[in-house]
Design a protein around this ligand. Structure first.
Ligand SMILES: Cc1cc2nc3c(=O)[nH]c(=O)nc-3n(C[C@H](O)[C@H](O)[C@H](O)COP(=O)(O)O)c2cc1C
Ligand code: SF4
Length: 398
């Protein structure tokens, strides 16, 4: 099943494997891929995955989390074109496939270098303080659909097959979804809170040719109590009433692939990436997190059978990964399976699996040292199995 192709819109995807977006914070200062970025993506090209979902790419300079975030512009377009050409060549020669490349378009909002927040959030501001002066104006938000459309046009010129209008993990669009307390056109009702996200999806669709893929990565629930989180009750229980309404709108606007994620890694990292090791003590068992993912994905697949659903959070399963993935696909919980930390740790895991040679010793430990590197404002990669990042991790420990 995992190796079966799938048709989405006008694109045929070679298999069900998605390499999830994994930010490296390692681009050149102009947002173009550096040697480290290129090294990571050439490994992705060799993986045999049907989809390589590129990391968060800022649509504007002020929306970057760090000065080395990926940012495709007309000035560095040729570097992206060269990278994608090389990746296609490698995938064709070494794996005999033509993978689908999706670029994730983002504005980092509260996590931008200077916080650009949707509203004052008492829980998030315990971790990163902000003031009223950091609240973005409606006039500023009005300018973003054009920027997303421009980024989508550039993505096509670079050779991507589709784009992701990202709304997850507490970044700008996701925070707006819980802007119950914000005044004006972007706060209060769901219509207002989802306005910018849907406007951008619409503008991006207009900017794309008919054969390109229109996708989104959505935190279906923040798992932060209402009124400071989306898709939850005041008691912080999962509530899919509003997410269902939103997904219905997204499907009507032409979203073809929904990459499901949950939570905000700056606030409740265990929700998005269940842990096996590392110093962080999660307030719930990994099993509860994994069951939540499956419940949400299965619910969406049942309600919106025409959407192609990508599942997340699978790296936790380590050497049971492929068995669990097959099960989820066979049970119809999702159509494609996404791997984040696993591909950083062990980029050839899928090819090795196909050859009957998956090596349990190389599987990701789900320790999230890669996230610790990011949070320490370093470049990010696997700090366990890759010597370069391991040395860097030792440095930050000192
Ligand atoms: C170092 C690191 C960087 C990440 N970068 C992104 C990103 O750019 N965009 C995104 O949507 N998710 C990002 N994520 C989340 C992953 O795509 C994925 O959802 C998460 O790691 C859970 O999946 P896993 O258990 O397979 O790792 C990142 C996660 C990590 C650990
Ligand atoms: S540091 Fe490596 S082993 Fe640990 S979670 Fe990240 S990718 Fe996995």
């Amino acid at each position: 099943m995992i190796d079966a192709s799938i048709q989405v819109g006008k694109k045929k995807i070679a298999n069900r494997v998605v390499l999830q977006p994994m930010e490296g914070c390692d681009c050149n200062m102009d947002g173009s891929p550096s040697g480290l970025t290129i090294d990571k993506y050439l490994k992705a090209a060799r993986s045999g995955a049907g989809v390589v979902w590129f990391e968060a790419n800022a649509v504007c300079a002020e929306g970057r989390t760090n000065p080395r975030q990926m940012m495709l512009t007309k000035d560095n377009l040729s570097q992206f074109q060269a990278l994608l050409r090389q990746m296609r060549e490698i995938a064709s020669n070494e794996c005999g496939i033509s993978p689908i490349f999706i670029l994730q378009l983002t504005h980092s909002g509260r996590q931008s270098m200077t916080p650009m927040i949707a509203y004052r959030h008492p829980l998030y501001e315990e971790k990163r303080p902000a003031t009223d002066a950091n609240i973005v104006t409606d006039e500023y938000l009005d300018t973003l659909p054009k920027k997303y459309a421009e980024a989508a046009r550039l993505s096509m010129a670079a050779g991507f097959d589709g784009v992701d209008v990202k709304s997850c993990h507490g970044y700008l669009f996701q925070e707006l979804l819980s802007a119950f307390t914000r005044e004006g056109r972007y706060g209060g009702s769901l219509e207002n809170r989802a306005r910018l996200y849907l406007d951008c999806v619409r503008e991006v669709k207009k900017a794309l040719p008919a054969d390109a893929l229109l996708t989104t990565r959505l935190s279906v629930s923040d798992m932060v109590p209402k009124p400071y989180g989306f898709g939850t009750t005041e008691d912080n229980a999962l509530d899919l009433t509003e997410p269902d309404m939103l997904i219905e709108r997204l499907a009507k606007e032409g979203i073809q692939i929904l990459n499901v994620t949950v939570g905000n890694p700056y606030y409740n990292p265990h929700v998005n990436r269940p842990y096996r090791k590392g110093g962080y003590i999660a307030p719930e068992s990994p099993k509860a997190g994994l069951e939540r993912f499956e419940y949400i994905e299965g619910h969406i697949k049942e309600k919106f059978p025409n959407l192609t659903v990508v599942g997340s959070g699978l790296s936790y399963y380590r050497n049971d990964l492929m068995e669990q993935s097959e099960r989820q696909l066979c049970e119809g919980i999702c159509d494609m399976v996404g791997y984040g930390r696993m591909w950083l740790a062990y980029p050839t895991f899928y090819r090795d699996h196909l050859n009957g040679a998956l090596d349990p010793k190389k599987c990701c430990l789900t320790c999230s040292k890669c996230t610790e590197l990011m949070r320490a404002k370093q470049v990010s990669g696997c700090a366990v199995f890759n010597e370069y990042y391991r040395d860097l991790y030792k440095e930050i420990q000192k």
